[in-house]
Design a protein around this ligand. Structure first.
Ligand SMILES: [Zn+2]
Length: 703
């Protein structure tokens, strides 16, 4: 009997492991599961500061519940608080889609654990200690007067953290004495827990980015595209922790070391299986890749893909993600703007520096061709991926339209080969020689029918050798021909489409969180006046109503009492909008598009409509990097962090865009400025005109 039980236990284990492997192999993105937790509904329905933080996470698509990550964290907390059941019941746990290594707790017991924390820890005990630390903060704050969570400026944020240094040491002490020491977790296993926080800014692993990542035997980039050495990772002794949410790591480390010395260790590193830990960590790591690609942070995306591919070779998600990263990078490079999408390499430590350096060195045409290369080779492996095909078509379109490159610009023979010796071995006829027996038409037919080989040319550079292996490939050729046909189609369509209605009678439009923002240059602050918001909302409603457009204006109050399917859809749109903010230029296949399409497949919505009044898109690139990675999120700055990318600079501007979910295209993206005194009336008129044009297919006459 006992043998039988062991057998079934083992069987269940292996089945579970096989399922886990399959989930890693077929990963797409994480989404919430099950019913919306009652605590979350409570937060969605209240309007205190903590609830607002939760709400802003929800509408930006960064909060997840009900996943295997959530249950993993909850189980660790339950193990830790085995003897403190009443305390455990006060807590609720959510995962935050953020790669920064952080966890936090609110005064109401809402525990937020970032993906980055789960992605970087090395065992289960470390998570237990970190949760214990947060829970100690909660217990300490309970009963104390509530701290204001209102953010005034970055300075007050820093001083808040300096004040909390003592609290940090105290929280560690409580975590160890009250919870950890009495738990099934191992003290020895957490001796490096502070390194997880110190080095959380580094990729999941330090894997060198070699030339083989981007080169082939038949083409090589100049040596100056690669660094001789990457910048050394600063040692733990040099760690500057002024900007950390949990400062004083040095002192905390000493205290921890002393505690470990003085206490006997009877716990285990893993209470749940090690395999479960690794599986949960992989899910978190893969989702971090989604985060980087949605934020168009291609240096981080590629560095972490490299680290993951090291032990997850042939993972479909990672392969597609890599191609998407090179494609996205090309789009920004082509636009002459990479400072927003690749961190400045000078400051970067470790292997990631080589990636960012290479991306800063490569030229526009090379970046475009590299994207075409990467996409084509991956499509051969996954020919059914519509997303890959769309990116490839777009990159090929750019190759011809933006970079004026034709197939004749790409050699069929490796870089460094001599044209004359190739001619001799292939016995290629001199193309200049004219066959006198042929007439004009048969000569043209011959030219069209035979794909002529392009020989190396002394003017050719690396770029011209980058397609040697795929140029004659049938998949490449059909993709390329389709892309060219699409260019013709689109040019024809551009002339006609203006006359055609875009929004048909049956199409539903989701007007996503219209917002009226006011920017004060003097104080450099942005406010969102309620009156302006209400006016804008009613202008949208009345315009769409009178034009018989089925539009639903989605506003914050609609976050309340939703089901999980809808919750996930909100999350997708939130993330999609984050990505849209990264695109200050016209056409690009958005990374969020396939997920959005899947998420909306069962809904009636065809379009997402963004309407904003206020000023220009702002927030400098450097700011983006510093907020995203240098300063981890905390309760105090959360709402502030989430606003960084949209700081309007001008007063009366109307932004209007319409995205076709089914087609995956931004149909309209317009900006209307009005600086006259009666600007509101003009803006309303412009808004009406946009809807009118989309519904009726032509411009209304008069102003
Ligand atoms: Zn703390």
């Amino acid at each position: 009997m006992k043998k039988l039980i062991t057998f079934f236990a083992l069987l269940t284990f292996f089945v579970a492991m096989a399922q886990a492997n399959e989930k890693i192999d077929n990963f797409t993105y994480l989404q919430s599961q099950g019913a919306i937790p009652a605590r979350l509904l409570e937060s969605l329905n209240s309007d205190d500061d903590e609830a607002k933080v939760v709400q802003s996470l929800v509408k930006n698509g960064r909060l997840i519940y009900g996943t295997e990550l959530n249950s993993y964290v909850e189980t660790v907390a339950a193990n830790l608080l085995e003897k403190n059941q009443d305390l455990f019941k006060k807590l609720s746990f959510y995962i935050v889609k953020s790669p920064s290594v952080n966890a936090m707790i609110s005064n109401k017991g809402i525990v937020l654990v970032n993906l980055g924390m789960l992605a970087q820890i090395t065992n289960e005990s470390e998570l237990a200690f970190i949760l214990g630390h947060e829970i100690s903060h909660f217990v300490e704050n309970e009963g104390k007067k509530k701290k204001s969570t209102k953010i005034v400026s970055l300075n007050s944020y820093l001083s808040y953290r300096q004040n909390s240094r003592e609290d940090e040491l105290e929280a560690d002490k409580q975590s160890l004495e009250r919870y950890f020491n009495a738990s099934p977790y191992s003290l020895q296993a957490i001796e490096n827990v502070f390194d997880v926080m110190r080095y959380g800014y580094l990729p999941f692993d330090e894997i060198p980015f070699t030339r083989a990542e981007v080169e082939q035997p038949f083409y090589q980039y100049p040596d100056n595209y690669f660094l001789a050495n990457v910048k050394q990772i600063r040692s733990r002794a040099d760690y500057v922790d002024t900007l950390s949410t949990h400062p004083n790591l040095q002192k905390r480390q000493q205290n921890l070391d002393r505690f470990i010395e003085r206490n006997t260790d009877s716990g285990s590193e893993f209470v749940q299986s090690k395999e479960t830990f690794l599986y949960v960590r992989d899910l978190a790591r893969l989702e971090c890749i989604n985060f980087y690609l949605t934020w168009h942070d291609y240096g981080s995306a590629l560095a972490n893909i490299l680290a993951l591919r090291h032990y997850l070779p042939n993972n479909r998600f990672l392969e597609i993600a890599e191609a998407a990263a090179y494609y996205g990078f090309h789009k920004h490079k082509n636009d002459g703007n990479i400072k927003d999408v690749v961190e400045p390499y000078k400051e970067i430590e470790g292997e990631k520096q080589q990636i960012c350096y290479f991306l800063s060195k490569i030229n526009k045409k090379e970046a475009n061709t590299l994207a075409v290369r990467k996409l084509t080779s991956i499509i051969k492996k996954y020919p059914d991926s519509n997303f890959l095909r769309r990116m490839a078509a777009d990159a090929m379109y750019d190759l011809t339209k933006e970079n004026n490159l034709n197939l004749e610009d790409f050699s069929d023979f490796a870089q460094g080969l001599n044209a004359d010796s190739i001619k001799a071995t292939l016995q290629i006829n001199d193309t200049a020689k004219i066959d006198e027996k042929k007439d004009k038409y048969s000569r043209i037919r011959v030219k069209k029918g035979t794909k002529q080989l392009v020989l190396p040319n002394e003017k050719f550079k690396t770029l011209n050798y980058m397609l040697v292996d795929i140029k004659q490939d049938s998949i490449f050729q059909s993709l390329y021909d389709n892309a060219l046909a699409e260019i013709e189609d689109e040019e024809a369509l551009a002339i006609v489409s203006f006359e055609k209605p875009v929004i048909q009678a049956n199409d539903r439009v989701l007007v996503w969180m219209p917002q009226y923002a006011k920017y004060k240059p003097k104080t450099q602050t942005t406010t969102y006046p309620k009156v302006g918001n209400a006016t804008l909302k009613s202008a949208i409603k009345s315009s769409t109503k009178s034009l018989h457009i089925a539009a639903d204006v989605f506003t914050e109050d609609k976050l309340k009492s939703r089901d999980t399917e809808e919750f996930n859809r909100i999350s997708l749109v939130g993330q999609w909008r984050t990505e849209w903010r990264q695109i200050s230029f016209r056409r690009m296949q958005m990374y969020m598009q396939p997920a959005l399409q899947t998420g909306f497949a069962t809904s009636d919505y065809r379009f997402i409509n963004l309407v904003n009044e206020g000023g220009e898109r702002g927030g400098s690139a450097g700011y983006k990097w510093s907020i995203l990675y240098r300063a981890p999120l905390c309760w105090v700055t959360l709402p502030f962090d989430l606003l960084i990318v949209a700081i309007p600079k001008m007063d009366k501007t109307l932004y209007f865009s319409l995205y076709d979910i089914e087609k995956g295209e931004m149909i309209v993206s317009k900006k209307y400025e009005q600086s006259e005194i009666d600007a509101d009336a003009y803006l309303n008129q412009a808004l009406y005109n946009y809807y009118y044009t989309l519904k009726n297919g032509r411009k209304i006459t008069g102003k």
